[in-house]
Design a binder for this molecule. Sequence first.
Ligand code: AMP
Ligand code: MG
Length: 418
Amino acid sequence: MHEHTQPTLSVAAARERLVSRLVPLSAESVPLARALGRVLAEDVVAGDDLPPFANASMDGYAVRAADLAKAADDSVVDLTVVGDIAAGGAGATPIASGEAMRIMTGAPLPPGADAVVPVEWTGSNSAMVDQALPSSIEVARPLSSGDFVRAAGQDVQRGTVVLERGRRLRPPDIAMLAALGVEAPRVSQRPKVAILSTGDELIEPGQSLSPGRIRDANGFGLQAAVQEAGGEPWRLPIAADTEESVHARFRHAVQGSASLVISSGGVSMGAFDYVRHVLETFGSLEFWRVNIRPGKPLAFGSFEDVPFIGLPGNPVSALVTFEVFVRPALARMAGRQELTKRAIHARLAHDLESDGRESYLRANLSWDGGSYLARLSGSQDSGVLSSMIAADAFIIVPAGARNLKAGEWVEAWPLGEG
Ligand code: AMP
Ligand code: MG
């Protein structure tokens, strides 16, 4: 039988095979206001220096530092104030030696000036709002060239790569793009992910329970997970446990131009598990068992050239395998550079038993002052969703490990985009 000829894959090997079959989607431009969470399809090169001109980093007076080189309490220097520059001001007249010009934070330094005396140094402790321009100021502290000045290009130099392709845009990235005048960055198209729940027992959340029926938790949970991971979710109607129904849903997904199809349920050894069967019969099945807990039955293949990932049916297993396989798949399709989450190191708060599979255990992390402590968040039964709700991380127990002791180091994945 098939299941005996095909060895169970390690998690890493399965993910490697899966990801290597996927290609990044093509690029599109999106307005900045909708670019959060999108993935850059090309490097962003600065077309301007940032800041574009030398400007004051404090409210005060633009001066020539050389005039103040010897300023001290017993050697106060008197400078003549010859003008005023507000932020947004431009084309100020130059200042000469012995002169100063009142300047506000962000305003361009006038020609001749190379430093700014903060207003606090001139004996004034109040804000300058509405204050008349003084005719002169007294300074009793020395200053060096460049003090309280942001040089042109101090932040970003024109021509340099500021943001690399494959980066998922965060709020500071959006600020940088705006500062550089990139109104519509080139980003990868969002993968359209068809989501299929399978099972004769499933009803919609709006329906009342009747004997033997449960509501479709996975369709909605996976929809949310796809959305959080940057994909465009498309929940299909629930499939019944028949070959025809599952096959029809697959065709529907492909006709609707899904870039990826994910399903839950129907991939195990049950008499009515048609997902794998349909994939084998009408598409192609690459593998269907992975050495992971929870979630050993996990099918990967394609249907009419659209990649397909069949997740297990238990809601916890579906969400765990989403994190381990689907999130990296979406990252790959979006052209992201980092496909897997960064693990953090934590110490076990208590002893732990595992069954030899690579295990993703629902856990909570706390900081004990020197390291993270990880403790299980509740029952690890794959039917228990509430311990997943209580969890903020997965403890990753490597394949082969069975008895772990309190205080041992383990890797953990914080949940969500994090
Ligand atoms: P299966 O692999 O289809 O036998 O599913 C395994 C378990 O997960 C069964 O108890 C199913 O009832 C349950 N299950 C499957 N799909 C869903 C779903 N969409 N929502 C909630 N539970 C599900
Ligand atoms: Mg089922």
